[in-house]
Design a protein around this ligand. Structure first.
Ligand SMILES: [Mg+2]
Length: 265
């Protein structure tokens, strides 16, 4: 992985010559990771940058999150951009509206797991269950170190039979597990789908997709965009399939400012 600022001079040329489709993850990318998901708010500075980018005729913006669509829309609060919630199970934007069909049976399964987890995790302080409609998240950032083992074994015991029977899929992220329907749909597939839509409107080689994300589910998008665009991992250089990295969310802000300045010219 390469530091994106060190290669800015070369990238600048490519970025200014092409229409940019900017895909941004939310938690850990636009906002620092916080103790509970409800506390992750976007700064005024980032918000203003996003507004500016969304108004540029040379740029299109999509926020791609594991949060429920309604939640991520409220958190960002901008019109005329694309929102992807639940890692792609829900999409909404100008002239786009999509919600992955979830069978009543699958939802019933999620309900069952939810009530099991609620009951059995009751004794574990700090475990937070979040029902996101099409999926369920269990956050354990606030669980005490001494309880982690017990938390994990309860979680595994409850989820394993469903996984084995192909009823659910489980994603793991930063101190969170996500239980979702067993559909083959992820951030990578969504990005390619959105890109194809856009390419239909513009000439193919005139669009440059740029993806910035910090977590395991973003790796699907990094893989999907390999050789197609710029992929940027947020965090210390390490195990990621992205081509570039930015160390912190502050550096993401700095990078967005560079793009915004470039697009204003
Ligand atoms: Mg993230």
């Amino acid at each position: 992985m390469r530091n994106i600022f060190e290669h800015w001079d070369d990238l600048k040329k490519e970025l200014s010559g092409k229409y940019t489709m900017l895909f941004l993850d939310y938690d850990g990318t636009l906002t620092p990771i916080v103790s509970t998901p409800g506390k992750a708010f976007i700064s005024q500075e980032v918000k203003e940058l996003l507004i500016e980018l969304s108004r540029s005729p040379k740029c299109k913006l999509a926020i791609i999150s594991g949060r429920a669509l309604k939640d991520i829309k409220n958190k960002v609060g901008l019109k005329n951009i694309i929102y992807v919630g639940n890692h792609g199970l829900e999409i909404e934007g100008p002239k786009i509206k999509f919600a992955s069909p979830i069978s009543p049976r699958c939802r019933a399964g999620l309900e069952h797991i939810k009530s099991d987890l609620t009951q059995k995790l009751y004794s574990i302080k700090g475990a937070i269950l979040e029902d996101k409609g099409l999926s369920i998240s269990i956050h354990y950032r606030l669980v005490d170190k001494k309880d982690i083992q017990e938390f994990l074994s309860i979680f595994n015991e409850i989820s394993a039979p469903y996984i084995v029977r192909g009823k659910i899929k489980v994603n793991s992220g930063k101190k969170v597990y996500e239980i979702r329907p067993p559909v083959m749909w992820d951030k990578g597939k969504v990005v390619l789908w959105l890109l194809a839509r856009q390419q239909f409107l513009l000439e193919k080689n005139k669009i440059l997709p740029v993806y910035i994300g910090d977590d395991v589910t973003d790796e699907d998008a990094f893989r999907a965009l390999k050789k197609k665009g710029l992929t940027i991992f947020v965090g210390e250089q390490g195990n990621s399939e992205a081509q570039y990295y930015l160390k912190t969310t502050e550096e993401v802000t700095e990078f967005l400012r560079l793009i915004s300045d470039l697009k204003r010219k």
